[in-house]
Structure formats: structure tokens, C-alpha cells
Write a protein that binds this ligand. Structure first.
Ligand code: PMP
Length: 427
């Protein structure tokens, strides 16, 4: 029996209607930007394995560091104990994050990084003797699948079964081009009405991934963060997807002149090799938890907090940024994206809306209705899969977010297939 058949008998996959899509492709090997299935078929990993992979699959340096760490210390409780990979990583992250960031809190995925950020913000106010229960978030935001992260995400098909169980959030429009003033006015209005209730403002900076790679105007986002900071509202940048070079800078917030108070990191942090999450914060937030009163403790921690093997993978990924001049690769991909979207077939096509920033390229196909279940999604997914490209469209938005090591030729091949799909689909 094939791996795929055995899987179909035993496993329940994420975000998958098992009755319709029971059979999973069994991947047996990864190398660079490519994956190979059990029949030997090669695929270009155009979505970087749920946006995690940045330096390529089975990268020898990351593999070696994981091996060395696993042979030395695989795990230890992180309350009362520490270890070198965690300390080294914290020092390195604090060097590359904006100077406002002073403390690193570890967890194990993007949703937990967000949960930690939200709990930090709520308890910050609690420890100061104020009950602030409101959070401001963008419409159509996506911050993860745990209950807190779902609560601050937009209500959608993903949350429908749980909507009544989620806490209320103040939604405002995102500062997408054309909506900058409106978004700012909404924020200002809510702040003036509810200032004593608002604990935090959470946002995916510059690119809202799951919403369809929606891009923000940087200046307008900056203004909104500044306004919150002026009113003491804790600003939380969810850089789970945008972090580690995706938007052309190490963090999307490096493109802003203002620095948020809290950062959530995951996905690319280990190069895509290990599950891991980080929430960083300012000294001011950290100090609100320091007290002789034990009730002010941050009572949060996962069994695998700061797992040494994951920390070793993250340190190895940061090594690669230096040893392989990763930003040069990022710049090359951004340049190729730019040249591709200038082609008349893309540029002068009324049925397409193009958004791109750094290594992210999204093409929205006008399909009458914009929805995750749009039938373009299935059509495109199978079209690309047959042609050896793994891409999970976001409804009618097809997008590229490749590992930074993707070759020029592989990227050109994917562009060619995108053109072919558009040509066939819109004919
Ligand atoms: N925040 C953002 C911006 C994300 O894109 C995601 C995942 N796509 C998450 C949080 C949740 O991360 P995870 O899937 O690791 O829980």
C-alpha cells in the first residue's frame, strides 16, 4: 500500500474536507525549493509549505545544527531552567528587531505567539489595576486558529462554527490604498469613544496574508500605530507571515518609522524546519509583570517552550541569512516579480488585480464573487499541481511566496504556468 493510501485510512488533515479531498500527496523528500512525491514526481513549493520555508528544504546547515543539538540536549523545562540555544537566539533576535523590543517570550507556533501577545496585553492592564477588554483589529484579519487568535481574526467560514464563543472585537478597515483616511477616521472614532476599554490594536503589518495578500499603505499604517501609541494602546504586530525577509526587509515593520510594542513571530523563524513561536515586547510591558505579588506573574507556558532543537534551527536560519547573503536572493525574486507583472498579459488585463511586495506576489482574478470557496480555487490548485507546482490559492487569489533559494528558471516556469492558467481560465 502506498503512503498516500495508508494516510487516507488513518489521518485527518487540516483545512481539508476529507470527503471531497481524502487523498493526500505523499512527499518523501525535499531539496531546495522543490519537493518529491512517492512516485518520484517533482514539485516547486511555490507557497513555501504554508509560508514557512525560506532557505530551502532539508537545508544542510539547519539539518546539521538540529542533529548536533538533538545529540546534546533535546528538551528541558523552561520554567526555572534555561539553555544556550535559547539565550543565543534571544540575543540575536533582539539585535535584529527594532530597539524598542527588550524581552523574548517563547512558544511553539504562530497562533500561540498571538495568544501570548493578547494575554500579555490584557494582563498588562490588569496588573495596572485597569480592566481593558477591547481589542481593535482589521476586517478580514487572520491571526490563527486558537480561540484568542480566532477572536481577533475576521469572522469567516473558518470561524463560523465558533462565532458565538469568541470574544468581541472592534473591527476597522485596513489602510489599503484608497481607504487610508477612512481607516484612520474609524480608528480615531473608536479610540475617542472607548479609550478606557481598549487594551490593544493587533494587525498583520503591510500584508494581510490569508485575506488574499491584501497590501497596506505604509504611511497610513504608521499613522494608525502612532495614534494608538499616543493613547497608550498596546500595538501588536503579527509578523508570523511577514517576518524574516518576506516583504523585502527582515520585518515588515522595518518599513515603518514607528515601532509597535509587541511582535509575534513564527513560520520562517526556524527556516521552516521546526514548529516555533516568539512574542517579543518592550521593557514597559515586561515591567508591568514584575512584582512581589505573585498574582502579577504571567501564567502562560507550553511544555515545549523554547525547545532547544527548535532554537538551534532558528539560530541556524539566522546564520544562513549571513552566510548565503539571503537578502540578495530576496531582492532578485522581488525584481523578477516586478518584471513579470509589467508584462502586458498581466498589466493590461482588466480581470486581474495585482499586489506584490518583496517575495510575495498575488494575482486576484475577478470572478464575480470573492470567497475562499470560489471555484477558481479548486481549478487553479489542480491545474498547478498537475504541472508540478504546489500552490493553494486563497479563493480567487493565486499567489507566490517561494523559498528564497528558488532558481530564476523555476520562478520563470511558475510565471509561465500562471499566464497559461489565466489565458485558459479567462478564455
Ligand atoms: N498569524 C498570521 C499572520 C498567519 O498568517 C498565521 C498562519 N497562516 C498565523 C498567525 C497562525 O500561525 P500558525 O498556523 O503557526 O498557528
Amino acid at each position: 500500500m502506498s503512503i498516500s493510501q495508508k494516510d487516507a485510512e488513518n489521518i485527518w488533515h487540516p483545512y481539508t474536507q476529507m470527503q471531497l479531498y481524502g487523498k493526500a500527496v505523499a512527499i518523501v523528500k525535499g531539496e531546495g525549493a522543490c519537493l518529491f512525491d512517492e512516485d518520484g514526481k517533482k514539485y516547486i513549493d511555490a507557497g513555501a509549505s504554508w509560508w514557512t520555508n525560506i532557505h530551502g528544504h532539508a537545508h544542510p546547515h539547519i539539518a546539521q545544527k538540529i542533529f548536533e543539538q538533538a545529540n546534546k540536549l533535546e528538551h528541558v523545562i523552561f520554567a526555572g531552567f534555561t539553555h544556550e540555544p535559547a539565550v543565543q537566539l534571544a540575543e540575536r533576535l533582539l539585535r535584529i528587531l527594532p530597539p524598542s523590543q527588550k524581552r523574548i517570550f517563547y512558544s511553539d507556533n504562530g497562533s500561540t505567539a498571538v495568544e501570548v501577545a493578547l494575554k500579555m496585553a490584557f494582563q498588562y492592564w490588569h496588573n495596572k489595576g485597569e480592566l481593558r477588554t477591547q481589542v481593535i483589529a482589521f476586517k478580514n484579519a487572520y491571526h490563527g486558529d486558537t480561540f484568542g487568535a480566532m477572536s481577533v481574526s475576521g469572522r469567516s467560514a473558518f470561524t463560523a462554527a465558533f462565532d458565538k464563543l469568541l470574544f468581541d472585537v472592534i473591527y476597522i478597515d485596513a489602510p489599503v490604498p484608497g481607504m487610508e483616511d477612512e481607516a484612520f477616521a474609524q480608528l480615531k472614532n473608536h479610540i475617542s469613544r472607548h479609550i478606557t476599554d481598549i487594551s490593544s490594536f493587533i494587525f498583520e503589518p503591510l500584508v494581510q496574508g490569508t485575506a488574499g495578500m491584501i497590501t497596506h499603505d505604509a504611511g497610513a499604517l504608521e499613522k494608525m500605530i502612532k495614534l494608538c501609541k499616543e493613547h497608550g494602546i498596546i500595538t501588536i504586530a503579527d509578523e508570523v507571515m511577514t517576518g524574516f525577509g518576506r516583504t523585502g526587509k527582515m520585518f515588515a515593520c522595518d518599513q515603518l518609522e514607528v515601532s509597535p510594542d509587541v511582535f509575534c513571530l513564527s513560520k520562517g523563524i526556524t527556516g521552516g524546519a521546526m514548529a516555533f513561536g516568539v512574542t517579543s515586547c518592550t521593557q514597559k510591558i515586561y515591567e508591568a509583570f514584575l512584582s512581589d505579588d505573585r498574582m502579577k506573574t504571567f501564567f502562560h507556558g507550553h511544555s515545549y517552550t523554547a525547545n532547544p532543537i527548535a532554537c538551534a534551527a532558528a539560530n541556524a536560519s539566522l546564520d544562513i541569512f549571513e552566510s548565503e547573503n539571503t537578502f540578495k536572493k530576496i531582492g532578485r525574486i522581488a525584481g523578477q516579480h516586478e518584471a513579470f507583472v509589467q508584462q502586458p498579459a498581466i498589466k493590461v488585463n482588466d480581470n486581474l488585480t495585482v499586489r506584490h511586495l518583496g517575495t510575495i506576489l498575488a494575482i486576484e482574478i475577478d470572478a464575480g464573487e470573492t470567497s475562499y470557496f470560489n471555484n477558481i480555487r479548486d481549478k487553479a490548485y489542480h491545474f498547478f499541481l498537475e504541472r508540478g507546482i504546489i500552490m493553494r490559492p486563497l479563493g480567487n487569489v493565486i499567489y507566490l511566496m517561494p523559498p528564497y533559494c528558488i532558481s530564476e528558471a523555476d520562478l520563470e516556469y511558475v510565471y509561465g504556468m500562471i499566464l497559461k492558467f489565466i489565458e485558459e481560465d479567462l478564455r
